[in-house]
Design a protein around this ligand. Structure first.
Ligand code: MV4
Length: 452
């Protein structure tokens, strides 16, 4: 096992990783930017090193500064968390070439899943269903028109190097296709440095369902059920839960086994998430695979009783998975609300600044993953998520009631937060009934601009 791990991240996930390391008797090194000197991860780690300026490009994305910090502190591994360099194959390669273990999958696997066309090809071979679409990139406008004829409208143009909803374009007719193609290519080039795009049939009002897997270096792979992440605003998840109210035990097993087969086919090792769209007839379509630990991992931990960060560290160190699929039980229901420092009454404008007062909910079945405290100043440079409230119950209704109670107890002053927005979702009758899809938040946001 590692003796010292550098955490190449900040905020709540850095705190979460430090906690897991502490319990595993692994020393930790925090890195921080000039804007994060007073951040909780700096305080909780065994050591801390300033690696650069406030801008992410100068600090949390600064590969040479991170490697130097790991070398001077004698770390044997780096945990990338989520975001930043967590899905950067080049960074994983640099770590390995310096003799530092990257706590994540191999650079080859990161690169393969980062190429959304190759990822689809790979999963198709394992028998995982895909949305009808171009098998490969789109060459030119003639190719696009020909593909549109086969696939039918509406269709969606996506960036080959994209993901997470960035740089997508929905198109309803031949008349718009050429323009949409050019816009998508230009945006893809600007955002990802790769103008290649692919086309899929646009699935109307889908649910976003993702399956958690864990794989070791010895060919053992387990699935840990699904998460329903359909409640999103502009591709940012707001509320996540497991189990999905739309999935039964038989479907869970079938989907989980498919995912296990998919990742076995690429010799994957780490935690990972396979994203699906589910249509109104409950058909599943593979979207993409995330090769990192995800923000919403706690709900899976709560219903399985497993610690995903510890598992991720153990498999990265070469240990065998001790748990077998048949030992895994999904117990009760877990739901997570993301609390952002944003003003829901003002277009979700970021609301950074000093927190004068902070009270977190607690009691039975409530978990808080956060790095904030009274006296802390939220810097304006990074993601605005400041806390995750996780509520558990024996069933969905109990978990929702506990979440409502927890949100009422949460008290953060004077900055604006998305707490009231989360409460509106939790109390919504359709949401309560489990009757929702990825367009659910549109009714709360009637005055927002459409995306395309
Ligand atoms: C789609 C889709 C409909 N049809 N693909 C957005 C995030 C990215 N992972 C895939 N996304 C979508 N892909 C096809 N063929 C609709 C979305 C989508 C969406 C998906 C999940 C959650 C929220 C969403 C909001 C708008 C669109």
């Amino acid at each position: 096992m590692f003796s010292k791990v550098l955490i190449a991240n900040r905020g709540e996930i850095a705190v979460r990783i430090i906690r897991a390391c502490r319990e595993m008797n692994i020393k930790t090194v925090a890195v921080y930017s000039q804007a994060d000197k007073e951040s909780m991860h700096v305080h909780l780690a065994d050591e801390a090193i300033c690696i650069g300026g406030a801008l992410s490009a100068e600090s949390y994305l600064n590969i040479s500064a991170l490697i130097s910090a790991a070398e001077v502190t004698d770390c044997d591994a780096i945990h990338p968390g989520y975001g930043f360099l967590s899905e950067n194959a080049h960074f994983a390669e640099v770590c390995e070439s310096c003799g530092i273990t990257f706590i994540g999958p191999s650079p080859e696997n990161i690169r393969l899943m980062g190429d959304k066309v190759k990822a689809k090809e790979t999963m198709k071979k394992a028998g995982i269903p895909l949305v009808p679409g171009s098998d490969g990139g789109v060459k030119d406008k003639e190719d696009a028109l020909k593909l549109a004829k086969e696939i039918g409208y509406p269709l969606i143009i996506k960036a080959r190097s994209g993901g997470g909803g960035r740089g997508m374009r929905i198109c309803h007719s031949d008349v718009r296709l050429v323009g949409a193609l050019m816009t998508a290519q230009t945006e893809a080039k600007a955002a990802f440095g790769d103008s290649e795009v692919y086309i899929e049939r646009f699935v109307q009002n889908p649910r976003h369902i993702e399956v958690q897997i864990v794989a070791d270096k010895h060919g053992n792979v387990i699935y840990l059920g699904e998460r329903d992440c359909s409640i999103q605003r502009r591709h940012q998840k707001v509320v996540e839960e497991t189990p999905s109210p739309a999935i039964d035990a038989k479907t869970r097993k079938k989907l989980g086994e498919l995912c296990v087969k998919g990742v076995k086919g690429i010799n994957y090792c780490s935690v990972g998430t396979i994203e699906f769209l589910m249509d109104d007839k409950k058909r599943f379509y593979f979207m993409e695979m995330n090769t990192r630990i995800q923000v919403e991992h706690p709900v899976t931990e709560e219903v399985t009783g497993l610690d995903l960060i510890k598992l991720q560290i153990q498999v990265a160190a070469g240990e065998r998975l001790k748990i077998k699929q048949e030992d895994i039980e999904f117990k009760g229901h877990s739901i997570e609300c993301r609390i952002n420092a944003e003003d829901p009454d003002n277009g979700f404008m970021p609301s950074p600044g000093r927190i004068d007062f902070c009270y977190f909910p607690g009691g039975k079945d409530i978990r808080i993953d956060s790095h904030i405290y009274a006296g802390y100043s939220i810097p304006p440079y990074y993601d605005s998520m400041i806390a995750k409230i996780i509520a558990n119950g024996r069933n969905r209704e109990e978990a929702l009631n506990k979440m409502e109670r927890a949100l009422d107890e949460l008290w953060i002053e004077p900055i604006k937060t998305t707490k009231s927005f989360c409460k509106d979702v939790i109390c919504d009758p359709d949401f309560r009934r489990g009757n929702f899809h990825t367009g659910f938040l549109d009714k709360f946001l009637a005055d927002e601009e459409p995306e395309s």
